[in-house]
Design a protein around this ligand. Sequence first.
Ligand code: TYD
Length: 222
Amino acid sequence: MTVRGRFITFEGLDGSGKTTQIEKLAAGLRAQRIRVHLTREPGGTPFGETIRHLILDSATSRLAANTELALMFAARTQHLDEVILPALEAGDYVLCDRFTDSTEAYQGGGRQLGSKPVLVLHRVLCADLQPDLTILLDCDLNFSLNRARHRNLVTTAAGHRDENRFEQEDRDFFSRVYEAFHAIAQREPKRVAVIDARGTPEETHQKVLATVQQRLKVVLSH
Ligand code: TYD
């Protein structure tokens, strides 16, 4: 049997607080002397970060949905090869801010490409690697939309290059993304834990810790 670390992914709408929660969990695991790689998608490697910039910059308009899909997987396969698989093989924990569920939710649901091409590409290109645990941070759709709009206004007014291209989408797009995330959670309840993220960051963190302990059988001090 090969020794393998643990692969935990965080998913949710833009503005669901993923980044704060993933950092808090990383700190909690490191306090137990667990080796943790904190990474994100799209990105995680120099090549992936270049793709991230291309996809997310709001100056990049009119990408065909399939182009977007292909670029997400191009970044992901490099990320798996360079970062995720070596870390898991070394027995480390990998905490990843978004993974293939985001592609199924945004490109499959939001862009209406459907789940099938995403799942097929995941099987062919990513050897169907499944996270040991996926935390789906469940926040209110309106809250997420407001936060996205605010970020959009701030960066547009300042004339900065940004990562807001998805945040310019409308309510229908984000409700499709939301529905797709929840459909994944219903399909795979053993892997995906839905956590109510509408409380304070600390309250949500405690729920995340309890879920990780319970599902992965690790002991973490609260
Ligand atoms: P992220 O940096 O997690 O944004 P936020 O901090 O706002 O949650 O993700 C960047 C964007 O990329 C986000 O709008 C979702 C989108 N995305 C996809 O559309 N498909 C994918 O496969 C991934 C990984 C991200």
